[in-house]
Design a protein around this ligand. Structure first.
Ligand code: NAP
Length: 252
């Protein structure tokens, strides 16, 4: 916990909508100054900042395409110049389902870009700081459970991203920084689930048959908990998907 006038500072990637936006709101309620990262939807990110400020919180919107080295380097330089240090990095941004995504884009964004951002941010993470990797059960349990065909490149690349980040745990712990992972079932109300519902309705309806899907608010609450609660190194937080957890395949 920092004692300087800025207080605790968090960078949430992909916070212009969906889960990231709700995580930003909840962290701001907990007293973090939140850097709301977006790729291109500046107006949406500004709206999230506006909502946070009107509720008495502190936030700024900073754009950067995490898959672009120059863009992400400029983001971290800007944060270093303005805030000096960070307490929390929430690796929420993800992609690959876009219709115009180039071959290999999912691996570039969901593994390589997560690692690069982590390495760039490490020097400014305070002792006691934390990195939270946000993922889906379909990715976390990749290789053990079937995945809809369209989602396979994303699941494979997010699992690869998780493995690469977990390999850093000894170095991070030495630096006094924790890494946690939050894995969720399909989350109701997200654009991804709406897209999947259009492209592969059976994949979504078969999940719904197993019970109500977790909401964005419920998922974001667990991300906020994984950001602040005392944890074991590399601890995984699970949201929904009792059938996945029943396989016994936890903390892979
Ligand atoms: N949706 C689900 O059902 C579900 C379930 C479990 C886990 N999750 C995980 O939760 C996280 C968020 O999911 P979501 O459904 O809320 O995502 P989403 O609605 O698709 O939002 C993606 C966010 O990431 C940003 N983004 C995309 N590509 C980027 C890039 N190259 N650089 C920087 N930002 C980029 C977008 O910014 P712009 O708007 O500016 O493009 C947007 O803010 C992901 O890690 C996902 O795997 C989702």
């Amino acid at each position: 916990m920092s004692t300087d006038p800025i207080g605790r500072t968090a960078l949430v990637t992909g916070a212009s909508r969906g889960i990231g936006a709700e995580v930003a709101r909840q962290l701001a309620e907990m007293g973090f100054l939140v850097i709301v990262n977006y790729r291109e939807k500046r107006v949406r990110a500004d709206k999230v900042v506006d909502e946070i400020e009107r509720s008495g919180g502190r936030a700024v919107a900073l754009g950067a395409d995490l898959s672009d080295e120059m863009s992400v380097t400029a983001l971290v330089s800007g944060i270093t110049d303005t805030f000096g240090q960070l307490d929390l990095l929430v690796l929420n941004a993800s992609g690959g389902l876009e219709l115009d995504a180039a071959p290999g884009y999912a691996m570039k964004l969901n593994r390589d870009s997560q690692l690069r951002l982590t390495e760039l941010v490490r020097p400014i993470l305070r002792v006691g700081g934390r990195i939270v990797f946000v993922t889906s059960h379909q990715s976390h349990f990749f290789g053990q459970q079937p995945v809809p065909k369209d989602y396979e490149p994303i699941a494979r690349s997010k699992r690869a991203g998780e493995d690469a980040l977990r390999a850093l745990i000894p170095q991070l712990n030495e630096q006094g920084v924790d890494l946690t992972v939050v894995s969720g079932d399909m989350i109701d109300g997200t654009i991804i689930v709406r897209l999947l519902e259009r492209r592969d309705p059976d994949a979504v309806s078969s999940r719904r048959e197993r019970g109500a899907l977790p909401t964005i608010d419920e998922f974001a609450r667990v991300v906020a908990e994984a950001s602040t609660a005392p944890v074991e190194p590399g601890q995984t937080f699970y949201v929904g998907g009792a059938d996945y957890l029943a396989t016994g395949a936890v903390d892979l």
